[in-house]
Design a protein around this ligand. Structure first.
Ligand code: MG
Length: 249
């Protein structure tokens, strides 16, 4: 069942989303070479709790940290720890909060120290573009898989692949609500998009093949070919006026 949100609820979700965006911006600025992913996690937890919100991932099915930090071939759900960041590595940070009873969820990937090689830059552009293409289809009257198809077309059009095994999701008073939002598939299928739907749209775009596997820690998802991956996510409301990105500063 897809839960539609009222404009008032969407306003609260926008506050949650603003906090997510702010935390991501600070973390990206702090993620310099020599910093550990645990350092970033501690900072995120402090920023979220000081804002009167709750880290959404911590304790979720036993996840041990506030944020997910996924480096290079790691796709999603990397666990922060003593790992030191090195210049030029691709770091994906996923932040989720609960605020005022509602969730916000977003992710960005960037090069540590701002130095990406040419192929990494192209991969990141493909990921960002795929997310933007998907968001553009989050309009009333469209079908859910229009979003999926736009994402896949954009990423594959740039010569990259989209992960199949992990998908976006509805979001609201629960972090994961219906519907699932795949990042691939033909257009024109699935539920009709209506004002009040709120979706976490989150393409994972791989440099090589789309196949992924989970490490023995039970969380970290990596590409099977160990080539790099990027992950961009926004929480987006479908409104009469078009897509409204809630996870912006
Ligand atoms: Mg998500």
């Amino acid at each position: 069942m897809i839960v539609l949100k009222t404009p008032k609820e969407i306003e609260i979700m926008r506050e949650a989303g603003r906090l997510v965006a702010r935390v991501l911006r600070v973390l990206e600025a702090e993620a310099a070479p020599g910093v550990t992913t645990a350092d970033l996690d501690r900072l995120a937890e402090r920023l979220i709790t000081e804002a009167g919100a709750v880290p959404a991932f911590k304790g979720y099915r036993g996840f041990p940290a506030t944020i997910c930090t996924s480096i290079n071939e790691q796709v999603v759900h990397g666990i922060p720890g003593p790992r030191v960041l090195r210049k030029g590595e691709l770091l994906s940070i996923d932040v989720g909060v609960r605020y005022g009873g509602y969730y916000g969820d977003a992710s960005v990937t960037f090069a540590v120290g701002g130095r990406a090689d040419r192929r990494a830059s192209r991969l990141m552009e493909a990921g960002k573009g795929a997310l933007a293409a998907g968001i553009e289809k989050a309009v009333p009257g469209g079908r859910l898989s229009d979003i999926s198809h736009a994402i896949q077309s954009f990423a594959e059009g740039r010569g990259f692949s989209v992960v199949r095994d992990y998908v976006g999701h509805g979001i609201g008073q629960a972090m994961h609500e219906d519907p699932q939002v795949p990042n691939y598939g033909p257009p024109g299928q699935g539920p009709l998009l209506k004002p009040g739907m709120v979706l976490a749209i989150e393409p994972m775009v791989n440099e090589g093949d789309y196949a992924v596997t989970c490490l023995k820690d039970g969380w970290t998802v990596v590409t099977v070919d160990r080539k790099r991956s990027v992950h961009y996510e926004h929480t987006v409301a479908v409104t009469e006026d078009g897509p409204l990105i809630l996870t912006l500063p």
